[in-house]
Design a protein around this ligand. Structure first.
Ligand code: C2E
Ligand code: MG
Ligand code: MG
Length: 693
């Protein structure tokens, strides 16, 4: 293995740069705030003080200049009275040094200059000085300089005038100096006391810091109250509030978790929780049976009674499942609702032998009538079962295999129960492959109609044909509809397939009609085709395109489909019937006859199911059933077609019982369109014998 390269300096530098900046603690932040506040206060003071002090400064300057002038005049007077005139220049010189830019001058009574100090050009004109001397409070402000003049009076006589002036330092200079000094002193001071402030803040905030540390490091399972840990007068209410918020958020979290993992309808664990439980059990290595319990045709309950009623029914089913598991003393069972009409069961440590009786009992319990809102409902369930560790090593795989078993159970497992085994998986894979082939076959138009003649029993004359779908696969194999019709229905492709057969049949029959061969064609219609809103218009389209007169088309609907949703069938069929299309009820006798529904539907033809015809010679009850159906059809004024006529005896019997038309191998098997033409041309009528023994 190559040695690990050290990180390039650049990367190390970059990671250092990415490190989050160190943040100040609480006490540090308080100290920082105190320092900043001190600075802000000082700045405010530096700005405000000069504004407020401006008047005072001016007054001080005026006082200084008038005091200077008065002092000069007083001392000059003393010297004048004493006759010490020579002292006056010394006095002038001494006084002018007293203030910045100080200047003083002494004038005689006639305003002749006696002594002065400083620049004479800086003096105002004499006239201005005379006026200034006359005003006892007078001050002259020339530029930055201040002037004051006072008379020198001794013994009531004016000896002369004393003039004094000074040039104060510009205010801004003074201010900047003060500010600079102030800032320096303040900075030093703050630097010196910042650690102290920090320590004080830390001390003051110690309870809060401790509290913060405690909250952060608290064990989530620790249910003790924070408020109990402190007697601090200020902290106690805060801690109580934190406790309350904590409790509330925990309760909200518990509620959210319950909602996320529980099915609101049955109060059972939902799919999420069920799957997680399954995975936990698998991870623990414990043997378990995974069962998917699927309610049969429960969608119909939703459609018929509405979702509210259906939810209640689901609640009852859930309760029955639970009760059965408890009664069976299954220890450690787990039930969840894993789909709209599906429950999942985990049955630990049981063998197939133990699971089977429980599932039978559960199926029986679910199948008991359910009384709800004055209605009685019957629900049945199918169970698909897979086992760990025998069938699969993971939860998702077990679920998949239980689904495979469930499919088998739905197809006809023993009492709706199927346990997974490898053959089922092979079958499921083959089924998936077949489904794909059917899909492609429909796209490629591999489905065609073959035609089976229908014969008038009495005369043997050909009166029509039934179109039956065949799948001609690319390898030449012919597949019968028992294989592909259920797949096409399940895949939602029966509409497309049905339209192809319908057009084939209409075009073939229109051709025969033009040649005067046979008069009508019957086409089978799947109940799923009624879901297609374009169904009726597609039939009209096929009739129009082929030119087949509508009364030569007969649509066959199985009895079971007709009674399952009689209203819908009637709604769909009436427009067709009104246009002249004939309607036949197919496989009559197999569909739990609902006579009220059947008589409401606009049928013209009864087709007796071939099982009754076949049973004529073997089952002693069959003749009676056939007779009954024929009598009923006669009473309703409907034509009767017997399917599956294979022998002359059957044809004779049917004719004797007033059946009108026969169809079956006795006359001909279903034939491709081209062969059908040849068959018709060579056909010799085979009338049935009404009087045969
Ligand atoms: P079905 O409409 O009752 O058709 C009669 C079935 O009996 C046909 O089976 C036919 O070949 C068969 N048969 C006819 N004479 C005899 C006989 O003498 N003996 C025996 N044992 N059988 C006979 P096939 O063609 O396999 O069709 C089965 C079913 O598939 C049809 O029953 C029909 O319900 C459905 N089917 C066929 N074609 C279509 C179609 O285009 N659309 C729809 N939705 N269903 C179709
Ligand atoms: Mg039929
Ligand atoms: Mg039939």
């Amino acid at each position: 293995m190559p040695a690990k390269k050290p990180l390039p300096a650049k990367t190390a530098g970059a990671s250092a740069a990415r490190r989050p900046p160190k943040r100040l603690g609480l006490a540090g932040r308080v100290a920082m705030i105190a320092v900043v506040a001190a600075f802000v206060a000082a700045i405010a003071q530096w700005v405000i003080t000069p504004i407020l002090a401006q008047g005072e400064i001016r007054t001080q300057r005026e006082v200084a200049v008038t005091s200077g002038a008065s002092l000069l005049a007083d001392v000059a007077r003393v010297h004048a009275e004493a006759g010490h005139w020579s002292e006056i220049p010394v006095l002038v010189d001494a006084l002018s040094n007293g203030l910045p830019g100080g200047q003083s001058a002494v004038f005689g009574a006639d305003w002749a200059l006696l002594a002065r100090d400083g620049d004479p050009a800086a003096l105002p004109p004499l006239r201005a000085l005379e006026a200034l001397a006359r005003d006892p409070n007078g001050i002259l402000n020339k530029g930055e300089r201040y002037y004051a003049a006072r008379p020198i009076i001794a013994h009531g006589k004016t000896f002369g005038y004393a003039v004094y002036s000074f040039l104060p330092r510009p205010f801004v200079d003074v201010w900047l100096t003060v500010v600079a000094l102030n800032a320096m002193v303040l900075s030093l001071f703050l630097l010196a006391i910042a650690p102290l402030v920090y320590r004080l803040a830390r001390h003051a905030l110690k309870p809060v810091t401790l509290l913060e540390r405690r909250i952060r490091s608290r064990d989530p399972k620790d249910k003790s109250k924070l408020a109990d840990s402190s007697d601090d007068r200020l902290l106690k209410p805060l801690l109580t509030a934190i406790d309350e918020v904590h409790e509330r958020s925990e309760a909200a979290m518990r509620r959210a978790l319950t909602m996320a993992y529980t099915d609101p309808v049955t109060h059972l664990p939902n799919r999420l929780r069920f799957v997680s439980r399954l995975e936990n059990v698998v991870a623990s290595g414990q043997g378990v049976h995974l069962v998917i319990c699927d309610l049969d045709k429960f969608r119909q309950v939703n459609v018929t009674y509405g979702p509210h009623f259906a939810d209640k029914a689901l609640g009852v089913v859930a309760e029955r499942l639970r009760a059965t598991a408890i009664a069976a003393k299954l220890s450690g069972f787990f039930i969840g609702r894993i789909g709209a009409d599906q429950f999942g069961l985990l049955l630990p440590s049981t063998t197939d032998l133990n699971a089977a009786p429980f599932l039978k009992a559960a199926g029986a319990a679910i199948g008991e009538p359910i009384g709800l809102e004055d209605q009685v409902l019957r629900v049945t369930a199918s169970f698909g079962c897979s086992s760990f560790p025998a069938d699969a090593p993971t939860g998702p795989d077990l679920l998949k295999l239980a689904e495979v078993a469930l499919k088998e159970a739905k197809r006809g497992g023993v009492q709706g129960i199927a346990f997974f085994d490898q053959r089922l998986l092979d079958k499921a894979r083959a089924q998936t492959k077949l489904e794909e082939e059917v899909r492609v076959g429909i796209e490629r138009g591999e489905f065609v109609a073959v035609f089976q003649p229908k014969v008038k029993l009495e005369s043997g004359e050909l009166v029509g044909a039934e179109a039956l779908a065949r799948w001609r696969r690319p390898d030449g194999a012919i597949v019968s509809p028992g294989v592909f019709i259920p797949i096409a229905e399940e895949l939602g492709l029966i509409g497309t397939l049905g339209k192809q057969v319908m057009r084939d049949a209409c075009f073939a029959a229109a051709g025969w009609n033009r040649k005067g061969i046979v008069s009508s064609v019957a086409v089978n219609v799947s109940p799923h085709q009624f879901d297609d809103p374009d169904f009726v218009s597609s039939v009209f389209q096929a009739l129009d395109d082929s030119g087949l007169p509508p009364d030569l088309l007969e649509l066959e609907i199985t009895e079971s489909a007709a009674v399952a949703d009689a209203d819908r069938v009637a709604r769909t069929m009436w427009p067709l019937r009104n246009r002249g299309v004939r309607l036949a009820i197919d496989d009559f006798g197999t569909g739990h006859s609902n006579f009220a529904a059947i008589t409401r539907l606009p049928f013209d033809v009864f087709k007796i199911d071939q099982q009754f015809v076949r049973a004529l010679s073997t089952d002693p009850h069959a003749p009676a059933i056939v007779e009954m159906i024929l009598a009923m059809a006669e009473a309703l004024g409907q034509e009767t077609v017997a399917e599956g006529v294979e022998t002359k005896e059957q044809a004779d019997f049917l004719l004797r019982r007033a059946c009108t038309i026969g169809q079956g191998y006795y006359y001909s098997p279903p034939l491709p369109a081209a062969e059908f033409d040849a068959f018709v041309r060579s056909y010799r009528p085979r009338p049935a014998d009404r009087f045969a023994a």
